[in-house]
Design a binder for this molecule. Structure first.
Ligand code: NAD
Ligand code: TYD
Length: 339
């Protein structure tokens, strides 16, 4: 089979490329990525030279490029990871989120229709469900929870999900969707909570916690997300949505303190800063459908995953120091300068 992975030079996409090549070496992989600020070829170093892996730089919202690529390559499965993914950036500049996350998804699905692709898999997020209150720990997102978004990012992802389901019903496109909770692990861009805190703590810089740090996220080690996507795109039922998460809820402040403990750094580095506008309170996934239908379960406990992750950042300084030395330097001042 030939599998097209979009957004493969990003955090989850790069981990997915490694996962696929390790678990299904008999398949052929084509990775398409525009290499935006979040894309990094260094994240694909382990797979780039393999004979059954090809990288092509390109934009999923560029119809001529995508049609030409599909005509030439005729993929059997398309897994769409390509996206603008950072909520804070969507607050300052929503437009590119609409272009990539919505139009890009549509362009890919049109090409899937035209070239008879066997499965279009959309990598989505639990953020499409909005948030849950902190005082109702009994509530979880199920696949039936109504979409109710808070940020331009989540609105763009929910719009894409609706389009995917519309293409399934109207055009009988064989699609699937996974909606996963927050991921962490290797190759995570240091603008997101966990890698931002690790890299700043290592430099003894202040750690900007939004609001009171009480917001809760449901953390999943990235390899567990990859195994879920792999199962759903190969064996999941067409037209279905599957929630992915590992019942691993933590308040942000506890995550930051866990990182400081791993690094043996003082909690005095923590600085409470102005909250994110529209900040979602709590995310929590009910993963019983993917467990019952496909037997998926997460394998990495948070305590082990966070230790591996901190160790990865210690062992791969060059990877993130190169990022910090580039465009991202200006980003930090622009985003946090006046908070
Ligand atoms: P990321 O920002 O690290 O990577 C996104 C990748 O997409 C980058 O390599 C970027 O260059 C590429 N890209 C952006 N615009 C493109 C375009 N127009 N054409 C082609 N490539 C483009 O994101 P991530 O954290 O790896 O997330 C991957 C997917 O998983 C996204 O769809 C995101 O919504 C979803 N998701 C992420 C999380 C999480 O915790 N990170 C959780 C659930 C779902
Ligand atoms: P983030 O990693 O941006 O993921 P998402 O917003 O998609 O869940 O943020 C995770 C949580 O951490 C979220 O509640 C916002 C919070 N946060 C901070 O407190 N400080 C920061 O500097 C960042 C980037 C996030």
């Amino acid at each position: 089979m030939k599998i097209l992975i979009t957004g493969g030079a990003g955090f989850i996409g790069a981990n997915f490329c490694e996962y696929e090549l390790a678990h299904h070496p008999e398949d052929t992989y084509l990775c398409v990525d525009a290499l935006t600020y979040a894309g990094n070829l260094a994240s694909l170093e382990k797979v780039l030279s393999l004979p059954n892996f090809t990288f092509v730089r390109g934009d999923i919202a560029d119809r001529a490029f995508i049609n030409d690529l599909f005509a030439r390559e005729k993929p059997d499965i398309v897994a769409n990871f390509a996206a603008e993914s950072h909520v804070d950036r969507s607050v300052t500049d929503p437009e590119v989120f609409l272009r990539t996350n919505i139009i890009g998804t549509q362009v890919l699905m049109d090409a899937c229709r035209q070239y008879g692709v066997g499965r279009f898999h959309q990598v989505s997020t639990d953020e499409v469900y909005g948030d849950l209150p902190l005082d109702r720990p009994d509530l979880f997102f199920t696949e039936q929870t109504p979409l109710h978004t808070s940020s331009p990012y989540s609105a763009s992802k929910a719009s894409a999900d609706l389009l995917v389901l519309a293409y399934a019903r109207t055009f009988k496109l064989p699609v699937s969707i996974t909606r996963c909770s927050n991921n962490y692990g290797p190759y995570h861009f240091p603008e997101k909570l966990i890698p931002l805190m690790i890299t700043r703590a290592l430099a003894d810089q202040s750690l900007p916690v939004y609001g009171k740090g009480e917001n809760v996220r449901d953390w999943l080690y990235v390899e567990d997300h990859c195994s879920a996507i792999d199962l759903v795109m190969r064996k999941g039922r067409a037209g279905e949505v599957y929630n992915v998460g590992g019942h691993n809820e933590r308040a942000n402040i506890d995550v930051v303190k866990a990182i400081l403990r791993e690094l043996d750094k003082p909690e005095t580095l923590i600085t409470f800063v102005t909250d994110r506008p529209g900040h979602d309170m709590r995310y929590a996934i009910d993963p019983s459908k993917i467990n019952a239908e496909l037997g998926w379960l997460p394998t990495t406990r948070f305590e082990d995953g966070i230790r591996h992750t901190v160790q990865w950042y210690l062992d791969n300084r060059k990877w993130w120091e190169n990022i910090l030395a580039g465009e991202y330097q200006h980003y930090y001042t622009a985003m946090y300068g006046n908070r």
